[in-house]
Design a binder for this molecule. Sequence first.
Ligand code: AMP
Ligand code: MG
Length: 350
Amino acid sequence: MLSLNSKFEYRNSKQIIIFKTSMFQTNKFRIWRIRILNLFRISDFGFRIFLIFILPVILLSGCQDKQLYKDNRVLMGTFVDVISPDKDAAQIVFAEIQRVENLLSKYKPGSEVARLNSLGKLTVSRETLEIIKKSYEFWQISDGAFDITIGPLVNLWGFTDKKYRLPKKSEINKALKLVGSDKILFNNLNNVVKFKLPGMKIDLGGIAKGYALDCAVKRLKENGIKSCLINLGGQIYCLGDRFGKPWQIAIQGPRKKEFKEILALRNQGISTSGDYEQYFSINNLRYCHIINPKTGYPADSGIQSVTIVTENNLEADALSTAIFVLGPEKGRKLADKFNAVDVKIAVDKI
Ligand code: AMP
Ligand code: MG
């Protein structure tokens, strides 16, 4: 991700990015290297490119009649950026995402998910129960590719505490015994969720951001806010439009820092799962944070990234994770069962 260190003023939607291009040669290829040199005068083009990559660090202001407010915060372990002509939008979004994080984050000791993970049985809120049930439905429909019980495996590979390691086969086999969403028991009458086996842990990292985004959008609408862009760690939703024009989102290639495509979105979002955000490499092999629940190893389906364009963020979030595990062919078949507007898959060897 490209980044800037400082905040700067953003005026009147007119600015240009200057790129410096240079070329270097390997045995086989000539490779263009592009560097951002300078930023001045804002153009629409500049705005598009900023949205997804540089937006987390820009401060928006503008001419009186077309002012956009921008704010950001770290929530759910990632940057949240909010841009809106309404100055209250950011606080509404942050408060709602914080609420969902307090409920569903395995990292927050007091959250329902953290308590369930440590106790193995808990009476949860209706909301948490519904998310666990939704996750279970995705487990069923994805033939087990999406599975929130991968918690012990995520821990074993070091993705929870960021102390990455290559576990022994015996350790993986042991952890695999604790995996399988059919081992979660829930009682609809009293909201009790119970694990069948001691040591089971759920991890909602593949679905909670999408849900939080849906909740935030709902709150904005309740407050009469019609135009807002939310970027929750790359999971993005575009509410309404930007002064009559769609919001512009640039999609970056998973390996090269290049812009593959620019999407114009209104009341739609995108969700991306990729192997380039959280991973480690040993002997040139890349191990990413999305685990194949069948093998216990990081998913290795040939996909580098999958992006879902959608209206339903929860659905898109779970779907992008599942497709990443399933691979392009089975993944597209799964996507066909949902209302995804578009599915973009980048595979190895591009
Ligand atoms: P995402 O970036 O939405 O694809 O979510 C990735 C996160 O989901 C990981 O960091 C884990 O917390 C969790 N996760 C990993 N593997 C799976 C899986 N097979 N099914 C569901 N969640 C997973
Ligand atoms: Mg996901």
